[in-house]
Structure formats: structure tokens, C-alpha cells
Design a protein around this ligand. Structure first.
Ligand code: KG4
Ligand code: ZN
Length: 338
């Protein structure tokens, strides 16, 4: 088994990341997180692309240095073609194309959503690898998707959010409570100290396996406005209970759809990914589902949940084995369906 070295680049949103993989193992996975967006309470696309431009060369250098690999040893360059913010994608795409041309090695385009799912195939001690077919749920600040994964490259989207992503719902709820961006992890932290049944929020009615989170955000906003009118200290006095109630509602929404997906497909293997996979409520609900309903669940190592280049690298490796290479005239795609 020959050693294939893939340099992977990810720049779809606000993290600049580069990774060197040796076959299905990670040698390095460097992520430069852009702090600038915190001041604005969300990702500012123009600022993101400027920061990628500044970060990409040092991040790639660091990934090669940590892997102890010279660029002349690389077998191919993999990059995120989409979906994502166009200005951000362009930086990684142009960089990858130039490097592939300069080193005269193959170029491999990668779909970011496919990469979130295939990150489960990165070999890691103490992590099991899913067997086909399985159901993948990608939950992050940018995505909410349930996918039937038949094979490495045969995937079918069963449902997705019609409006806000689940991480966005967390972050927007956190903002209403006056918590700093990104507020998801804080809501999770306080939720663990509160009563999940204190304040019932309505669950959206959405057909099939699709999701909607914008209504929840609005009902939280109206609820907080109403309560703080009566009691200006309502949030501080009830912070944990409010967070626990929000978390309870969101986790229920996610689990209801997963249950539906299991029923619809007969598949009880569930793999999750994306930043919201870090959520304690989601993890607990999945562990309970293993015990109650005999599901087998897969939660990747945290560094592979959030946006990272190693997940692009594993897809690069899988495509390399198929000689599935891209031409130099390939372009970034902000909308790139699975
Ligand atoms: O995958 P990610 O790093 O970036 C993309 O959005 O692609 O996900 C970030 C999202 C944010 O919305 C953040 O608030 C949310 O994941 N998040 C969490 C937790 N940790 C991160 N949401 C709820 N509970 C958490 N523990
Ligand atoms: Zn992502």
C-alpha cells in the first residue's frame, strides 16, 4: 500500500484550514479561526475573504511543517469547491489551482457537505468507522442536513433546513439573551444547569425530513420581549432555565427527524457531524437512542466536527484512489448540491 500524501485546503466560510494526510490518516490539520467576526455578531463575507488571503500561505506552511513533509513529496492537492461564501471559496480554489500547476500534481475538487460526512472515515484510535448504508446528519452554523449515504460518493439528501441552520438558531437565540457570538456553546453550558421543561417553546411543523428554525427564533424573541417588559431582570434570573428550554426544543426537533429517517429507511446507523455535534444534549440523546432503540451512532473527534481541512483531505484521498481529478478550468461554486 503506497503512501499517498494529500495537501488539503478548506476556506468555505470563516476558517482557513490546511491539512496533510497520508492515506486515511491525518499528519497535520491546522485551522486559523478568524476572530474579527465576533465584533459583528456573525460572519462578514468581505472580511472573511480578506482574512483567508492573509492566512492561507502561513497556514499551508504550518501544515507541511507539522507533517514534516516537503511540498515535493505531495501526491495531489484537494480543495473545497463549495458550497460556501464565494469570496472565501475563491481564495482556497485559486491557491490550490496554482499550487497544483506549480508542482505539476493532480488537483481534486471536494464538496464541503460530502467532506463533513466522509470525515468519519479518517482513521483515529478509539473511533469506529461507519459501514454502508448509514444516515448522516450534518448540523452546524451553516448547514442542517439529513443524508442517506449509500457509498462514498453515492449520497441522497433526505431533508434539510428550509431557513436557518441549527447552529444559527443557537447563535441567534444566544444573541437575544445578550450572549456573545457564537453563542451556541454558551447556551449548551447554561442549559446543563437548568430545567428543560421550564418554558415550553413550540416545535415547527415541517413535512418530511426538512427542518425550519426561524419560527423558533421568533417565538424566543417575543417570549423574551414579553417577559422582560414585566421583569427587566428576567433573563439574568432565569438564564439557565431559558437555555435548557431552548436546548430541549432544538434537540427534540433534531431527534424527531432522525427517528423519522430511521423509520423511513430502516437504517439504524447514524453518523453526525458539524459544530453542533459538540452539543451535550445532542450527544446524550444519541447515547440514549443506542440504548433504547438499538441505534449505532458515530460522533467524530471534535476537530473533525467543525470546519477543517482534514475532512477535505480524506475525500481527496478517496478520489485519488479513483483517479477522480479536476481540470485547471474548474471554478468555485457558492451553491453546490450534494
Ligand atoms: O461547523 P462549525 O464550526 O462551522 C460552520 O458553521 O460551518 O459550526 C459552528 C456552529 C456555531 O453555530 C456554534 O454556535 C455551534 O456550531 N456550536 C454549538 C456548540 N458548539 C458549537 N451549538 C450548540 N452547542 C454546542 N456545544
Ligand atoms: Zn461546514
Amino acid at each position: 500500500n503506497k503512501a499517498i500524501y494529500i495537501l488539503a485546503i478548506e476556506s468555505s466560510c470563516d476558517d482557513t484550514s490546511a491539512s496533510v494526510m497520508c492515506n486515511n490518516r491525518t499528519l497535520s490539520n491546522v485551522v486559523a479561526t478568524q476572530k474579527i467576526h465576533e465584533e459583528y455578531g456573525g460572519v462578514v463575507p468581505e472580511l472573511a475573504s480578506r482574512a483567508h488571503q492573509q492566512n492561507i500561505v502561513p497556514v499551508v506552511h504550518q501544515a507541511l511543517a507539522l507533517a514534516n513533509i516537503d511540498k515535493k513529496q505531495l501526491s495531489a492537492i484537494a480543495f473545497t469547491r463549495g458550497p460556501g461564501l464565494m469570496g472565501s471559496l475563491l481564495v482556497g480554489t485559486s491557491f490550490a489551482k496554482s499550487l497544483s500547476l506549480g508542482l505539476n500534481i493532480p488537483l481534486i475538487e471536494v464538496n464541503h457537505m460530502q467532506a463533513h460526512i466522509l470525515s468519519h472515515f479518517i482513521e483515529e484510535e478509539n473511533y469506529k468507522i461507519p459501514t454502508f448504508p448509514f444516515i448522516a446528519m450534518t448540523i452546524s452554523g451553516g448547514h442542517t442536513q439529513i443524508v442517506l449515504v449509500k457509498n462514498y460518493f453515492e449520497m441522497e439528501v433526505l431533508g434539510e433546513s428550509l431557513d436557518d441552520a441549527v447552529g444559527e438558531a443557537y447563535d441567534k437565540s444566544a444573541k437575544i439573551l445578550g450572549l456573545p457570538y457564537p453563542g451556541g456553546p454558551l447556551v449548551d453550558k447554561y442549559a446543563q444547569l437548568g430545567n428543560p421543561k421550564a418554558f415550553p417553546f413550540p416545535k415547527p411543523k415541517v413535512d418530511g425530513l426538512n427542518f425550519s428554525f426561524s419560527g423558533l427564533k421568533t417565538s424566543i424573541l417575543y417570549f423574551i420581549q414579553r417577559e422582560t417588559k414585566n421583569n427587566p431582570n428576567f433573563i439574568t434570573e432565569n438564564r439557565n432555565d431559558i437555555c435548557a428550554s431552548i436546548q430541549h426544543t432544538i434537540v427534540n426537533i433534531l431527534m424527531d427527524k432522525l427517528k423519522k429517517a430511521v423509520k423511513q429507511t430502516g437504517i439504524k446507523q447514524i453518523a453526525i457531524g458539524g459544530g453542533v455535534s459538540a452539543n451535550s444534549g445532542v450527544r446524550k440523546a444519541l447515547a440514549d437512542a443506542e440504548n433504547k432503540w438499538g441505534w449505532t451512532t458515530y460522533v467524530p473527534k471534535f476537530e473533525y466536527c467543525t470546519d477543517n481541512a482534514a475532512m477535505i483531505g480524506i475525500v481527496g484521498y478517496l478520489k485519488y484512489k479513483e483517479h477522480d481529478f479536476s481540470d485547471q478550468d474548474i471554478t468555485a461554486q457558492a451553491r453546490y448540491i450534494l
